[in-house]
Design a protein around this ligand. Sequence first.
Ligand SMILES: [Zn+2]
Length: 142
Amino acid sequence: MKIHCDCCGKFLFNLKTDSMGAAGAEAQRLGFIYKMPGVFYHTDKLSVIFCGKECCKRWFKENVSQETSEAAKPQLEAMRKRMKKAADEFPKHLDNFLGVIKHAKQEIRNGRKMADVLNDPGMETLKKVVQETLKEKQKKNV
Ligand SMILES: [Zn+2]
């Protein structure tokens, strides 16, 4: 599908899929602005893409009223807090992850096969990471 700026209508880029998530990721990669006003501002469109800051500002001014914007503030604040909490908890997840890697190393040293160890309970995350890394490697080798 063709992606245009949601404010001025300028053509931005072509996308092979119809996924708005992919469109958002590609827009950000290319330096355009991707927002999801539908979540908090209940706009007609769930997500929007703009060519630049000016278009973004203008669109929000025209599509989101001052009242809606004020009403959404507590929700936005709550989300910000939740994200901060997740960031604070990250080291804990990391500890857990290091434990997983230690377990894998030990088992392999004991003579077990890597693929076998990855099927142990609690190894799901590492298994996914390893599989994704292998896939990346294969892609590069082609
Ligand atoms: Zn624009």
